[in-house]
Design a protein around this ligand. Sequence first.
Ligand SMILES: Cc1ncc(COP(=O)(O)O)c(C=O)c1O
Length: 395
Amino acid sequence: MPISPPARILLGPGPSNVHPRVLRALGTPLIGHLDPAFIELMEETKRLLRKTFMTANPLTLPISATGSAGMEACLVNLLEPGDTAIVGVNGVFGTRMADIVERCGATPVKVEAPWGHIIEPDAVASALRTVPQAKLVAVVHAETSTGAWQPLEDIGRLVRAAGMLLVVDCVTSLAGCPVRVDEWLIDASYSGTQKCLSCPPGLSPLTFGPRAVEALHRRRSTVRSWYLDLTMIERYWGDERVYHHTAPISMNYALLEALRLVDEEGLEVRWARHERHHRALKAGLAAMGLALAAQENHQLWTLNSVGIPDRVDDVAVRKALLAEFGLEIGGGLGPLKGKVWRIGLMGESSTEANVLFVLSALGRVLPRFGYAVEAGAGVAAAARELARTAPQHVS
Ligand SMILES: Cc1ncc(COP(=O)(O)O)c(C=O)c1O
């Protein structure tokens, strides 16, 4: 019996829904990882990844594993035992970066902010003064655990002026909101395929700028991870084509097709789509008395964390949405467990239809769990916002 998973609308923190063209690419016949035809596809992937990251960095490629491997690849390649790294911690993924820094044998110096808030550039400036010996600063652009959207321009300038490297997690932002690697002076960055790129999970796009490449080649010790050692991986993705590990062929097909879809839509149009649907969702939630939990003016378009009303059972609501509507939303993590729902509007999942669907499904389910909402209030408010911001159709 072939597996037949249920149909789902994926509005959680990832994976997002995948375009049929990407699914078809996964089923395309295999070729070898050194086949000239595959090498051509690799070159196109690198070119489109550079375009998506808005960078000219030659060392831009997909790491063969999920987003956490991209995180680990950045840190394990740039840090050596005894180094110090300044890490912004305001959610799960900053916490994970600090953990990895330690596993690299380096010392993390945390710049902390309450979950849902951004890391203030002043706090980074003060850390740069306190630990001038630090080699890098690592921050999360889109904190998926809270919905906070970290501004990077000031931090980029500060870190560059201090002569350190800036490492940025773009897992939940790449292809959903602006990520300008070169303009913002980001030295190393990584993402994941299953968020705004709308591809299955399995690869982690990564980019290293010239200063990061120099630091990599100046290391005194070998990279502590064999699998993620970019000095070897760059020889397979570069001109030499030296075997390192067998590239996951089908996932690379899928990523390339997803990148082509991003390119066909155009980055700016894609960002505007994400912004518009976020604003409509926010308006609809507000009409239902539900508020976003992240700091005002720093709320992500791609991931909306919504405060759960008092006495409403988090898990029971999510179960009802899944069972009755085939709709997945996420729960909170760590200190936000039971306190927020996380509604992702990423890539293929960021549509008008999905905004209206999740609001109407919540409107049907919530009264049963003790939270009264006026029937249709959320949908009506979102529909008004969507009508107000509708893209102009040229006939
Ligand atoms: C901001 C952020 N960084 C890193 C990761 C880790 O990615 P993965 O779960 O694909 O390993 C995630 C996953 O949700 C994320 O949201």
